[in-house]
Design a protein around this ligand. Structure first.
Ligand SMILES: [Zn+2]
Length: 449
């Protein structure tokens, strides 16, 4: 096992770059300096770009030998989400090594990749000096908030420095075991988001006289109930179809999941055995609307004249703001005239193609370790920093190598939760993946030209 990689991971955990969503948190400069020192020990020059005080990003770009060859980037984030220390069986920022695992906040999301891709990158530059295309390492701040001080800021302000044709980042490499075989997920895209505010009016009045009052709080309650009863119709997209086909279900189940008339009942049955998978397949087969904040009234004896609902809406590839408006109106049913609708934050769904040298290289490498296992191109239900590059035409996949215990269910269970940990075996596999990738990638890229 590469000790450089394990030591680097431990330092990154101990740096405690906790992002609680406020601009003053994160302090990724600590880990940026750790990485700068690490690269410096290999005589590799890196550059730190600060978006705000303490909010640092670090980049290394090794120019390629052929200006026509595609560039390849390893991209990760240095910030982590907070940890409730009382819930943990160890210090979440102690970086303990115990039972074949490194324990600590960020060991799966995603300091494992930040460390393993850095150690492999440094080793490769030392050995090969240069590849045909630009070879880039980027570690960013603020992924756990919105990327405003990290990825988004870099793409908007330093595109020349952070542009790339191909990128590997977080979000894949998890085992899914079905009745007919096992697959490994490679995230190829994400759903889009449309955070939306619904507003309604009522007539204020005295709380002691409710008869026939126009109470905005009641309108809010009715609307939320209606949205639960009028769920949006499933859509069998190309991405969903491919995913279901790759999930190793028996043919009967597969057909039921691919039929808009039978999918909902099948998901209900699937939920009994694998709730995580059922929730996931539900999310990627439709636009989802989740009413997450309700506001109305501010005094117990006054009938409220205003009500608001904040909706977290997630959209499929190909859907846009018009589809969002139509979706809300359909979900509101008879109450649609009662509300004004305002989309307050919007980002479209984004998907990279699978017929690329980077996808093929990744499959070739994991099959050399896990023969007979298939690849599962996956649409992520949430958002990551990958979206900022996909929107500018980069091909981006979420992938890392793990040991065979890292199932999709296990990952979802530990993500942002207590006792987050990564096995030494997984770290070794990840380091080797990042070490082998450029050679296989540039071989495939040359073949496809
Ligand atoms: Zn992450």
């Amino acid at each position: 096992m590469d000790n450089q990689c394990v030591n680097l991971l431990k330092s990154l955990i101990k740096n405690k770059c906790v992002n609680d969503g406020t601009p003053g948190s994160g302090n990724e400069i600590k880990s940026a300096r750790t990485l700068k020192k690490f690269f410096h020990s290999y005589k590799i020059k890196s550059e730190i770009l600060e978006s705000a005080e303490g909010r640092a990003n670090i980049i290394v770009r090794i120019p390629g030998t052929d200006p026509h060859a595609p560039s390849l980037m390893y991209m990760s984030h240095m910030d982590v989400v907070p940890a409730k220390e009382d819930d943990w069986s160890c210090d979440p920022f102690g970086a303990d090594e115990r039972g074949g695992y490194i324990w600590g906040r960020g060991t799966l999301d995603m300091l494992n990749i930040t460390a393993c891709s850095a150690s492999a990158f440094a080793e490769l530059v030392k050995k090969h000096k240069r590849f045909p295309g630009d070879f880039i390492y980027l570690a960013v701040a603020d992924e756990e908030a919105s990327g405003r001080l990290g990825a988004r800021w870099l793409v908007e302000n330093h595109w020349d420095k952070v542009k790339t044709n191909y990128m590997i980042t977080e979000g894949g490499g998890f085992f899914v075991r079905g009745k007919q075989g096992t697959g490994i997920t490679i995230t190829t895209g994400e759903k889009g988001l449309a955070w939306t505010k619904l507003t309604t009016e009522g007539n204020s009045g005295h709380g002691s006289l409710p008869y026939r009052a126009k109470n905005a709080a009641i309108k809010v309650a009715r609307a939320v109930t209606e949205m639960q009863h009028q769920p949006l119709k499933p859509i069998i997209t190309k991405e969903y179809r491919e995913m279901v086909k790759n999930l190793n279900f028996p043919t009967v189940t597969q057909n039921l999941l691919l039929n808009p008339l039978t999918i909902n009942l099948t998901l209900k049955q699937l939920y009994a055995s694998t709730p995580g998978l059922a929730r996931y397949l539900h999310a990627v087969s439709r636009m989802t609307i989740s009413p997450n904040i309700l506001r109305s009234g501010n005094k117990v004896n006054i009938i409220p004249d205003k009500g608001e609902i904040d909706l977290d809406i997630r959209i499929l590839p190909g859907q846009n703001v018009e589809d969002v408006m139509a979706g809300i109106k359909s979900a509101l049913g008879p109450f649609k005239e009662d509300f004004t609708i305002e989309v307050v934050d919007y980002f479209p769904s984004n998907v990279s193609p699978v017929e690329t040298p980077l996808f093929e290289a990744t499959v070739e490498i994991f099959k050399s370790i896990y023969p007979g296992i298939s690849s599962i191109p996956t649409l992520f239900s949430g958002v990551t920093d990958a979206r900022f590059w996909r929107m500018r035409g980069s091909t981006v996949y979420g992938f890392c190598m793990f040991d065979e215990d890292m199932t999709l269910d296990e990952y979802v269970r530990m993500l942002h939760g207590k006792d987050e940990r990564v096995s030494l075996k997984s770290l070794e596999l990840a380091h080797n993946y990042f070490l082998n990738l450029p050679e296989v990638f540039y071989r495939k890229a040359a073949q496809s030209q």
